[in-house]
Ligand binder design. Structure first.
Ligand code: PPS
Length: 314
């Protein structure tokens, strides 16, 4: 690993791969991480490339499915795949990861060379997202947001499940790391605020979707997504999309369930398609003080934004 001094400094923040101790002095992380644009990022990311992402030359028909991790990314990918294939995702013999590559984790050239219309997955806050160089070439974004406590629970199982996160702790410890913004993609509250502000500016190139609405009113959401992508859809395609993007179907769909990545999971890991429910947090947040602390940070960080009214944290 290179020395800290060899990394660039932007806005007073050192960017790059570092040791577990350096980022949070006196409070070392349980995993090795790197910092890009001030947030903790997955170690698979090339941080040098990440620093340049906002300048990526986008095209008007590019779409980014952009989420804080564990918010329903894969589910939205499957919905888009279903809409594009008129309800027959099985006709495309490719994993979701290959159809919608993780933009930050892939080489720049590969991302540039993809055939249009290009659709990517991203876990970047708005300020770090690809935007192109002019208004005329601006792309579109589908932002999926999920209840922060369900995200926290899902991310806990995810980080315990994959070997490369090096995390062996218990849930209360994880909640503190989550609240401190020390997990992948940084602080949930700051992250969602950047996308909320973008959507609140009536930017028509951002579609703002709640995971919970994907559950409760899938017809409406699927229609919205199709309209946003300017793709034709009818009642029959919506029915097929609802069916083939259901949790039960995706669990068994080898192009959607991440079973191809099984060597990356620990032996006792939960499957990637774990529960897919709303409100699982109630089975995990047993420490009253910590729960209260979570709610306070939510209010403090998101007061006055629509996000505050989107979720009941009690
Ligand atoms: S990742 O790794 O960031 O891309 O993960 P992401 O896909 O965003 O989120 C994974 C969680 O979404 C759940 N999921 C679903 N829920 C409901 N219906 C469908 N079809 C569906 N597909 C995926 C998945 O189970 C993870 O949530 P948890 O709560 O852990 O089950």
């Amino acid at each position: 690993m290179a020395k800290a001094d060899t990394y660039p400094v932007m806005n007073g923040i050192i960017q790059g791969v570092e040791s577990k101790e350096r980022w949070f002095p006196g409070d070392p992380l349980p995993w090795t991480t790197q910092i890009c644009h001030g947030i903790t990022c997955n170690i698979v990311i090339d941080y040098k490339r990440c620093l340049k992402i906002p300048e990526f030359e986008t095209k008007p028909d590019d779409v980014f499915i952009v989420t804080y991790p564990k918010s329903g990314t894969t589910w939205m990918q499957q919905i888009v795949k279903c809409i594009r294939t008129k309800g027959h995702p099985e006709t495309v013999d490719e994993h979701l990861e290959d159809i919608f590559p993780w933009f930050e984790a892939m080489p720049q050239k590969d991302m540039e060379d993809r055939p249009s219309p290009r659709i990517y997955k991203s876990h970047s806050p708005y300020y770090m997202a690809a935007k192109g160089k002019s208004e005329a070439t601006r792309c579109k974004y589908i932002h999926v947001i999920r209840h922060p406590k369900d995200v926290c629970v899902s991310l806990f199982h995810h980080m315990k499940g994959f070997w490369d996160y090096e995390f062996n702790g218990e849930f209360p410890e994880f909640v503190d790391l989550f609240l401190g913004g020390k997990v992948e993609s940084g602080c949930w509250f700051d992250f969602v605020r950047t996308w909320y502000e973008c959507a609140a500016s009536k930017d028509e190139r951002v579609l703002y979707v709640r995971y919970e609405d994907m559950k409760q009113k899938p017809r409406e959401v699927i229609q919205q997504v199709a309209d946003f992508l300017e793709l034709p859809i009818d009642e029959a395609i919506i029915d097929l999309t609802i069916e083939k993007s259901s949790f039960a179907k995706m669990q068994k769909d080898n192009h959607a369930n991440m079973s191809w990545r099984k060597e990356e999971f620990r032996a006792n890991a939960e499957p990637f398609m774990r529960k897919g429910t709303v409100g699982d947090w109630k089975n995990h947040f047993s420490d009253e003080e910590q729960n209260k602390h979570f709610n306070e940070i939510f209010t403090e960080k998101l007061a006055g934004t629509k996000v505050e009214s989107l979720y009941d944290l009690n």
